[in-house]
Design a protein around this ligand. Structure first.
Ligand code: UD1
Ligand code: UDP
Length: 368
């Protein structure tokens, strides 16, 4: 069986790491990895391949930057060529980025079955580019691997055939378990950046809805500056946000915020585990806060990971001017929990076994 995996953005490298590691245990599966090039800086891409031992991509399409149409369109053209050349049995796509949508479109037009990992998530906000990518990818996928029960319900309510929906749990939980220990043992990030355990807030901001409007970005950073005058505040700065702040002439020399470059996953996990609080607009980081039992405030009006909000592990910050007072009440809040909202840590195994089963059932029926 030949699987063609399409990835391109930071969270996809992390998700694919666990599945690719599992695939390596099966002699009869060949995995071809295509990197679209959507993320291309060393610390947004190469670092993950190296430290997470992801096989080097067989193709790197070198398509990063540009508008949505340009980026997705160029990916579609190149991915079609690669899929035609490789003739895989499956195309595997992850999450909700432009690389996901381009991969799904290219494969569906060539009638190659698509497996979508992290299917069924919805924010119900179609202004988010990710929401469009998710809905369209789910529509053309043959197997929809869901990370949560809410994702299953979303797909069923959209009329997706229930036989296509396979609850796997979240591959990011697999990653958190596997690499969490490594972070404890190996990461020296706290010493490297001069921070102390449980003495800082970790923050990430990169979403289009927070960075594309200068008004919104200004009010977020005005509030973060206020917080940084009372707490240590560490931000590994996403290149999108760095660009947007530079356009606003943000004074990096004067701020109390401790900006650092984006870090690799092992260091990020260490930063998360040792934070007294996490503030983020990242999908992945919201869940990692829960995995590592750190309180979390989310800089968004809605989330795809509703169970975290419903159960009180995470709070949405709809009014940014209330951030500072929520920081005070959430700082180092104890977060003991034993429930597994994201599966049993064996999502990758379930995914690979399901692909094998579907493939053999279809091969049998094709030869009947
Ligand atoms: C993308 C995804 C988003 C995901 C995020 C993960 C889409 C529509 N968005 O957003 O869902 O949460 O990745 O981080 O697919 N850039 C660099 N160097 C890099 C990567 C990006 O300079 O290594 C610059 C790009 O040139 C571009 C900007 O950052 O100007 C945004 O990059 P892009 O990949 O288009 O979107 P993200 O904001 O990263
Ligand atoms: N991450 C990382 N280094 C960083 C920031 C984030 O390794 O400097 C990891 C983080 O731990 C999580 C993933 O990147 O696993 C989340 O990616 P991102 O926030 O870029 O995208 P999203 O999840 O919002 O799509």
């Amino acid at each position: 069986m030949k699987i063609l995996t399409i990835i391109g953005a930071r969270p996809q490298f992390i998700k694919a790491a666990t599945v690719s590691r599992t695939i390596k245990n099966y002699r009869d599966i060949t995995e071809i990895i295509v990197h679209t090039g959507q993320h291309f800086d060393t610390n947004m891409s190469d670092v993950f391949f190296e430290e997470m031992n992801i096989p080097k991509p067989d193709y790197n399409l070198g398509i990063g930057g540009g508008t949505h149409g340009l980026q997705t369109g160029q990916m579609l053209i190149k991915l079609e060529e690669v899929i035609l050349e490789q003739a895989p049995d499956w195309v595997l796509v992850y999450g909700d980025t432009n690389s996901t949508l381009a991969g799904a479109l290219a494969a569906s037009k060539l009638h190659i079955p698509i497996a979508h990992i992290e299917a069924g998530l919805r924010s119900f906000n179609k202004k988010m580019p990710e929401e469009i990518n998710r809905i369209l990818t789910d529509q053309v996928s043959e197997i929809l691997f869901t990370p949560t029960e809410i994702a299953d319900k979303n797909l069923l309510s959209e009329g997706v055939n229930k036989h296509k929906i396979k609850y796997s749990g979240d591959v990011m939980y697999d990653a958190a378990l596997f690499y969490g220990k490594m972070a404890d043992d190996k990461s020296t990030i706290l010493e490297d950046i001069g921070e102390r355990e449980k003495e800082y807030i970790l923050c990430t901001v990169h979403r289009a809805e927070n960075t594309d409007s200068s008004e919104r970005l200004k009010s977020i950073f005005k509030n973060l500056e206020k917080i940084a005058s009372d707490y240590r505040l560490v931000i590994p700065l996403h290149p999108r946000t760095e660009k947007a702040l530079k356009e606003l002439n943000f004074d990096f020399a004067k701020t109390d915020i401790h900006f650092i470059d984006p870090v690799g996953y092992i260091d990020m996990v260490k930063l998360e585990k040792q934070a007294g609080l996490i503030i983020t607009d990242s999908g992945g980081v919201q869940k990692e806060a829960y995995f590592h039992k750190v309180p979390c405030l989310t800089l968004r009006n809605e989330t795809e990971w509703l169970e975290l909000v419903d159960k009180g592990y995470n709070a949405l910050i709809k009014n940014i001017d209330k951030l500072a007072s929520l920081v005070q009440s959430q700082w180092r809040r104890p977060m003991e929990h034993t429930e597994n909202l994201y599966g049993d840590g064996e999502a990758a195994l379930k995914i690979v076994e399901t692909l094998i089963r579907f493939h053999s059932e279809n091969s049998v029926s094709a030869s009947d």
